[in-house]
Design a protein around this ligand. Structure first.
Ligand code: NAD
Ligand code: DAU
Length: 337
């Protein structure tokens, strides 16, 4: 068996990766280390929790007493765990520094002393390049993060690289664009707008809605990470993008059409401070490893809207019963709407 440590595997992308990897790699045993913050939920793992090749560990990546022995026992580490929501980082950045920077440092320190580690995949983000007015980011571009989330991710990205350059920890870094798909926490724009639309609640579009994001289906992201694990080179960075740039206003119209709700639900609200206008990735390098996104956006988005329609059991308790979500919604949107 190949021992794989997945961090953050109760979150959106991590849980999809666990599900994908259990199927794609019958010789992997996955240890899933997750702190179960507001964004990590056991019910997301309902279908894999009793799986013979999946062990869940409740713990903090920044706690070396828990995390270090797990890293040292691993052949592969796929590090997803992070604080991930830009708006929350603007409200309060402390947890982003603790988890995204210090948590990554704790894992890397343990990786230095891991005797049979073959790969440490640092899951980074296209946000580290900052806003891209024209053209597309290549992996060697300068990093210019512009919000506390992306700055903490850029710190982790370069810290991981430094452990390759200095200690030869077999680090590979992926920088993905905006993901969408099942089990995404309903604070991010697609699940927030779908679930609001289902309930006939206004969808709060920031500013003029002209900002552009490059949408990538979460399964295409999982396949991209897998391609890097299988065929990537230590010390290298790989962009994982959907090549699918959409303005927020156009995305919103499409979501409302798919949810069969009127455009009058669109509510223009005060913009996000420092809102990056556009992200765009050049994915030539990963495509050379044999990867390409497979899920067409119209199909993926239609399936995602259906998923939220059919899985209210998953998101409705978060939006209706979780006091921390209600407090966040009030802090983020109360004065905007
Ligand atoms: P998410 O917020 O849905 O999930 C994060 C998970 O990490 C949760 O399960 C949470 O409980 C866990 N976690 C947080 N702090 C932890 C800690 N200290 N110790 C252990 N577990 C902890 O995030 P996501 O959207 O699935 O993102 C996963 C990774 O992918 C992140 O590193 C993020 O930066 C990166 N990424 C996300 C996107 C996107 O569009 N969502 C795009 C590019 C890169
Ligand atoms: O690009 C990759 C990044 O994508 C990841 O690294 C982050 O973890 C992930 O959260 C995501 O960041 P964004 O800030 O791009 O995602 P979000 O869903 O928050 O916003 C997408 C766009 O929609 C952005 O331009 C802001 C806008 N938006 C968002 C929300 C929540 C709105 O107009 N209204 C909203 O209520």
């Amino acid at each position: 068996m190949i021992n794989v440590l997945v961090t953050g595997g109760a979150g959106f992308i991590g849980s999809n990766f666990v599900r994908y990897a259990l199927q794609a790699h019958p010789d992997w045993h996955i240890t899933n280390l997750d702190k179960l913050t507001y964004a990590g939920r056991m019910e997301t793992l309902n279908d894999v929790i009793g799986h013979a090749r999946h062990t869940f560990v409740h713990g903090d990546i920044a706690d070396a007493t828990v995390a270090a022995p797990l890293v040292k026992a691993s052949d592969l580490v796929v590090h997803f765990a992070a604080e991930t929501h830009v708006d929350r980082s603007i409200l309060e950045a402390g947890e982003f520094i603790k988890t995204d920077v210090i948590g990554t440092f704790v894992l890397l320190e343990a990786a230095r002393h891991a005797s049979h580690l073959r790969a440490f995949v640092q899951i980074s983000t296209d946000e580290v390049y900052g806003s891209v007015p024209a053209g597309s980011s290549v992996e060697t571009d300068e990093l210019k993060p512009r919000n506390p989330y992306s700055a903490s991710k850029a710190g982790a990205d370069r810290l991981a690289y430094s452990y390759w350059a200095t200690y030869q920890v077999p680090v590979m870094i992926t920088r993905a664009s905006n993901n969408y798909g099942p089990f995404q926490f309903p604070e991010k724009v697609i699940p927030l707008f779908i679930s609001n639309a289902i309930d006939n609640i206004p969808v709060p579009l920031y500013g003029e809605g002209l900002n552009v994001r490059d949408w990538l289906h979460v399964m295409d992201h999982c396949r991209g990470v897998d391609a890097v694990i299988e065929r990537g080179t230590p010390g290298e960075v790989y962009n994982v993008g959907g090549s699918n740039e959409v303005r927020n206003v156009d995305l919103t119209h499409t979501l409302l059409r798919l949810a069969q709700r009127p455009e009058s639900l669109i509510q223009r609200v005060q913009d996000r401070p420092g809102h990056d206008m556009r992200y765009s990735l050049d994915t030539t390098k990963l495509r050379k490893l044999g990867w390409a996104p497979r899920v067409p956006f119209d199909e993926g988005l239609r399936d995602t809207v259906s998923w939220y329609h059919e899985n209210e059991w998953w998101w409705r308790p978060i939006k209706e019963n979780d006091p921390s979500f209600r407090a966040y919604y009030q802090a983020q949107y109360g004065s905007r709407t």
